[in-house]
Design a binder for this molecule. Sequence first.
Ligand SMILES: [Zn+2]
Length: 296
Amino acid sequence: MSVQEDILSAPHTSEIVAPALSSRHDRVRGYLERLAGAVPQVLLLEGGTAREREALSLWWATRLNCPEESAPCLSCAVCAQFAARNNRDMFYLDGSEGSIKIDDVRAVRAVLGEPPRGRYRVVVLAEAQALGIEAANALLKSLEEPRPGTSFVLLAPQRERLLPTLVSRSWVLTLAWPDGDSAPAPIAEWADALHEFVQSGHGWFARTGTKSSLDHGTGLQLVAYLQRQLADALTGRASTSFSRMLASRLDDAALRKLDEALAECQDSLIYNVNPALVLDWLATRLYAWARTSRRA
Ligand SMILES: [Zn+2]
């Protein structure tokens, strides 16, 4: 492919950041708009989907760097470079491609002593829950010192999955959860079936055993929904019957194990493991944890 074709076929800036422009994120963009006047050193975006968090981090990078009055214009060269992660002030480390490497973090740290070349250096750590301990420690050292002109952005499904020391240094914004507060009907049915199974040990395998009962999209949505229920249970905001069940039947250790298990489910689904097998595995564990947990 020639360079010219490459440029022509590259997605347009507004396409890359499109999920950030949804009315679902008006509130968060409003906050970011205000924060652009007094940029916090570390921003943490949680909630939403991975794609939405990514888009909002890139939108934020263009918001800070676009030279136009109506920043971000999403049509100038600067916006295009930041959205395409193709500017020397833009660093994008992605934990979803395997855990973030200590070398990547070192490469960022190497330039932190210098001022940005343009307006703002933006360092995004996507799926930051995949930070290795060593990488996390190297990063923590960077965050301890003031870095004028640098905006760190951590992206994670929920703050509980990051080291508390990272969260305490962050300005946290919560994106609207996928599908709002209530699950769409097919997800709600699966969640009800799982709830029933955890309590009675019945009904689940008959459902997943049905041929092509659970497709990948539904599996991923269900896992995202369960992550939301878990986040609510962990933070004492349990408002659905599922999150109340988690809060009442699982102790803290089991809730943590569930968090890890849900992340594993997500990974397996992304790598195309049969969704029924993945959710059977989860259901079996949840059933066991509900029986071995010791609630105070
Ligand atoms: Zn622009």
